[in-house]
Design a protein around this ligand. Structure first.
Ligand code: C5P
Length: 310
């Protein structure tokens, strides 16, 4: 594993920062035999991040505490993906898990920003370091893919093409930094629910598979302006997310009226991303979107940023 720190001394803490992801291109194909949908996506890690801290608890078991926005809504037991990640690393190493994990949440919860997957990626790395587990990058990625389709990308960060069900990654050398306003909403959309709505709309002849990531990848590699990027953003789940939560449409229109270059649903939603020209524009845009109301919280973010195992 790259980026490995010194083994943990007794009482030592390992801290790992893991960024949120966005999908500037999210092409959704048909459902496969295993129930997952074929994806053709471009991931980008952005500057909102969670911190996963691991320390030995001195007796067997996995204990999770969580702080930050939305912490009270998250499970601390086996249903937490970070718990599953810790268990998986222990199983891989053939050891009894012995860890206290603390998740500091800054990535909006259940927002289509892969917060849960980021915590799982952070737990994999933090536990591997804490327990001094010898594990190669490929094996770590395999374990990550078993936890969720977005988890391998959360390990890597930066910009990458995702294929398969999203877990097969090809890095993209993006030249530049792009600025976003991230607006969360009061509603929730479960990922499977949104995929089902995509299928339902397709049966009605609405929407098609945007499988070609080429133009967006070229734009990132060429360091395209935000104006050019705005024209290339695609999300095949957007119509489904708006169909499930129609209030997203007014949030998106509001941001565009306030001068955003583009409004883009993040993953399966319900968070909406607004593209800004530069950091100054993003600050002004965030203020205007906040004043307008309709969003639960409004954050500034830029990308790409590196992941914890980059
Ligand atoms: O991979 P992950 O556990 O994050 O996926 C959550 C759910 O989202 C899956 O159980 C599936 O219903 C849906 N999904 C999908 N196609 C994908 C990724 C996720 O249908 N490529």
């Amino acid at each position: 594993m790259t980026g490995q720190t010194a083994p943990a001394q007794p009482g030592a803490q390992i801290s790992v920062d893991v960024p949120a992801k966005i999908n500037p291109h999210l092409g959704v194909g048909d459902a496969r035999a295993d129930g997952y949908h074929a994806l053709s996506t471009v991931y980008q890690a952005i500057s909102l991040h969670d911190t996963v801290t691991a320390e030995r608890r001195g007796e067997p078991g996995i204990e999770i505490t969580i702080s930050g926005e939305g912490a009270a809504t998250l499970p601390t037991g086996e249903a937490n993906l970070a718990h599953k990640a810790a268990k998986l690393i222990a199983l891989y190493a053939g050891i009894e898990p012995d860890v206290k994990l603390h998740l500091t949440k800054r990535i909006p919860v259940a927002g289509g920003l892969a917060g849960g997957s980021a915590d799982a990626a952070g737990a994999l790395i933090a536990c591997a370091r804490l327990w001094e587990v010898e594990i190669g990058d490929a094996e770590l990625e395999r374990l990550a893919a078993g936890l969720g389709s977005d988890v391998p990308f959360c390990l890597k960060g930066g910009t990458a093409i995702g294929s398969g069900r999203g877990e097969e990654l090809t890095p993209v050398a993006a030249k530049g930094t792009w600025h976003w306003v991230v607006a969360t909403t009061d509603t929730q959309i479960s990922t499977p629910e949104c995929y089902k709505e995509v299928d339902r709309l397709r049966e009605d002849g609405i929407g098609r598979y945007s499988s070609d990531v080429g133009p967006l990848v070229k734009a990132f590699e060429a360091g395209a302006s935000a104006d050019d990027l705005a024209r290339l953003l695609i999300n095949d789940m957007e119509a489904a997310a708006v169909s499930l939560r129609p209030q997203l449409a007014s949030l998106m229109h509001g941001g565009l009226e306030e001068g955003a270059l583009a409004a883009h649903v993040s993953g399966s939603g319900p968070t909406v991303l607004f593209l800004a020209t530069d950091v100054k524009h993003a600050v002004a845009l965030a203020r205007r979107i906040r004043m307008r109301g309709g969003a639960k919280s409004v954050h500034l973010a830029h990308g790409p940023v590196n992941g914890p195992a980059a």
